[in-house]
Design a protein around this ligand. Structure first.
Ligand SMILES: Cc1cc2nc3c(=O)[nH]c(=O)nc-3n(C[C@H](O)[C@H](O)[C@H](O)COP(=O)(O)O)c2cc1C
Length: 365
């Protein structure tokens, strides 16, 4: 067994049982009302032997919605619903962060009673269609948010953090990756604004910094994380100045003393191919606080990233869908379950392919 992968990891007063995180993964089991439920609590509880459980992306406002049956954290019922998950994970000695989400242009007017989705600029996603409550549709040209609306967006993140705290989460991860709203502000491809939120690398980072500042007024900074996808192409992202943009963002974020910066360094979730990919070691040079890596890691790659000092933690996504006791199996050298069919990833059908999976007797760490 690797001592490094299973060494406890502590930031501030939060002591994690190992260096493996459950990567945030949308599973769309929250129903039309987007209220977290007992089935979701069971799913997270099954995976609570991760050092850190990171929940699926959870919208901070109705405006942030863009995925059918994904959960929210902007009503009392949602806050109450999430308590089932935090209580279940804590009962097993786990720790859990809520991922805060605004989909921005990766949405559709079908989610917003006919109103266009919003973004940094009126630039639409090219390519794929989007699943809406009324079926598959072409993406639309979003409406660029007015400068005067941005304090409201920041306030939504702050209010969501307040609710996350009330629901018992140990912290929150601000989703600024994979082409969602904060990523749309960050990148030059999607941000053509002329106000103080666009034009320069510093300006494009402004909304993210304001959101992180607001969330850090609710949780201490060492209970707040940020996720970035410097190499990503998902949702039609990838900008020529990616290296300068993400170097600047990481440098600014380092000043907060966050719980961790979650960098999707691996290329297994897509790569824009605009130059060399950004690596964890590159981030290490500019980012001194804890770093989490992700994308395409198996046990050996995770061990070597941690042992070699590139990362403090590694998040595991797809393998964790099919193998809820992944940390125990890696520790004991037991094979993982085969990957489940992607048709079960998001289905609102319920337990099948979600909590009901082939498994072996738990082996314990
Ligand atoms: C079904 C599914 C849902 C996902 N949902 C989210 C999400 O809600 N938030 C997020 O930041 N990334 C999301 N991702 C990306 C994963 O967190 C992770 O970055 C990706 O799967 C690569 O890691 P892996 O190679 O270990 O699977 C999702 C990926 C999958 C497969």
């Amino acid at each position: 067994m690797s001592q490094k992968l299973y060494a406890p990891f502590t930031f501030s007063d939060l002591s994690l049982q190992n260096r493996i995180a459950l990567a945030p993964m949308t599973r769309a089991r929250s129903g039309a009302e987007r209220v977290p439920n007992a089935l979701m609590a069971e799913y997270y509880s099954q995976r609570s032997s991760a050092g850190l459980v990171i929940t699926e992306a959870t919208t901070v406002s109705a405006q942030g919605n863009g995925w059918d049956e994904s959960p929210g954290i902007y009503t009392d019922a949602m806050t109450e619903g999430w308590k089932l998950t935090t209580e279940a994970v804590h009962a097993k000695g786990g720790s859990v962060f809520l991922q805060l989400w605004h989909t921005g242009r990766a949405s559709h007017s079908d989610f917003h009673a006919g109103e266009l989705p919003v973004s940094a600029s009126a630039i639409k996603i090219k390519g794929d269609q989007i699943h809406t409550p009324k079926g598959k549709k072409d993406y639309e040209i979003p409406r660029a948010l007015e400068t005067a609306e941005l304090p409201g967006v920041v306030a939504d993140y702050r209010a969501a953090a307040v609710r996350a705290k009330e629901a018992g989460f140990d912290g929150v991860e601000v989703h600024s990756a994979n082409g969602y709203l904060l990523n749309q502000f960050l990148e030059s491809k999607t941000n053509h604004r002329n106000d103080e939120y666009g034009g320069s690398i510093e300006n494009r980072t402004r909304l993210l910094i304001e959101v992180v500042t607001a969330v850090c007024e609710v949780f201490p900074a060492n209970r707040v994380a940020v996720r970035l996808s410097p190499n990503g192409v998902f949702n039609d992202m990838g900008s020529p100045d990616y290296r300068e943009q993400y170097t600047h963002a990481a440098t600014e974020l380092d000043k907060f003393g966050l719980a961790y910066l979650h960098v999707m360094d691996g290329l297994a979730f897509g790569f824009h191919e605009l130059g060399d990919s950004m690596t964890l070691l590159e981030f290490r040079k500019i980012y001194k606080n804890p770093l989490m890596g992700n994308c395409g890691y198996d046990k050996e790659a995770a061990e070597s990233a941690i042992a070699g000092g590139a990362a403090d933690m590694i998040a595991i996504g797809r393998p964790y869908i099919s193998t809820p006791d992944l940390p125990e199996r890696w520790a004991a050298g037991i094979e993982l379950n085969p990957d489940i069919d992607g048709s079960h990833w998001y289905t609102p059908a319920g337990a099948e392919g979600y909590t009901v999976l082939p498994t072996v007797e738990k082996v314990g760490l």
